[in-house]
Design a protein around this ligand. Structure first.
Ligand code: GDP
Length: 194
């Protein structure tokens, strides 16, 4: 219910523009095209809240959504366009890394992956950063509708065995089929204390 009230607040391109470091935040991360925007929209049950990435070259911003006066969702810029120049990639990682490392109110990171290509180098980098700051990560294996139920469960079991820890939980998800929403809501509710 509170998640459904998510409303756009602001775009942030430099640390100075960040809202006060108070309350509770959950950040969404993921390589471009894994369906991060679609996952956010499914979770808040609003079709166009997070912009889907039809424009790869888009300026890299952190996008803040308010749930209430002290709770926010943060959409981290997608990563992974191989064509992006090295300087752009460095700027990307500078802003994100700084945010992830210093943000006190950050309660957890939702890391969206494509179930067909999970735990890429990018994902491992995110997990390393999260571990360094002792932030929990919850993985959404999105596009689970692309696999049969049995195949999806097999991938889930293998990934939980290889990567699951107390700090890293993993679930099946499909933004397209609205699958795994309740489980994602429970995790967000826990982190945001709602
Ligand atoms: P983003 O770049 O990670 O924000 O990804 P988008 O949300 O823009 O989605 C990228 C593409 O994946 C779009 O064509 C979506 O329609 C598609 N997509 C997103 N989620 C799902 C899903 O759960 N299942 C399937 N089959 N396609 C999806």
């Amino acid at each position: 219910p509170l998640l459904r009230r998510a409303a756009y607040r602001l775009n942030v391109a430099s640390p100075a523009q960040l809202p006060p470091d108070e309350g509770y935040e959950v950040a969404f991360a993921g390589r471009s095209n894994v369906g991060k925007s679609s996952a956010i929209n499914a979770i808040v049950d609003q079709k166009g809240l997070a912009r889907t990435s039809s424009q790869p070259g888009r300026t890299q911003h952190l996008v803040f959504f308010d749930l209430d006066a002290e709770r926010r969702l943060v959409d981290l810029p997608g990563y992974g366009y191989a064509r992006a120049p090295e300087a752009v990639r460095r700027q990307w990682s500078g802003l994100i890394e700084r945010y992830l490392q210093h943000r006190q109110c950050l309660r957890g990171i939702i890391l969206v992956m494509d179930i067909r290509h999970p735990f890429t180098d990018f994902d491992r980098m995110m997990l390393d950063w999260a571990a360094a700051i002792e932030r929990p990560v919850h993985v959404l294996l999105n596009k689970a509708d692309k696999l049969s139920r049995g195949a999806g469960l097999q991938v889930l079991a293998r990934l939980r065995r290889d990567h699951g820890t107390q700090q890293c939980s993993i679930q099946l998800f499909s933004a397209a089929h609205k699958m795994g929403i309740d489980e994602a809501h429970r995790k967000l509710g826990e982190w945001l204390e709602i």
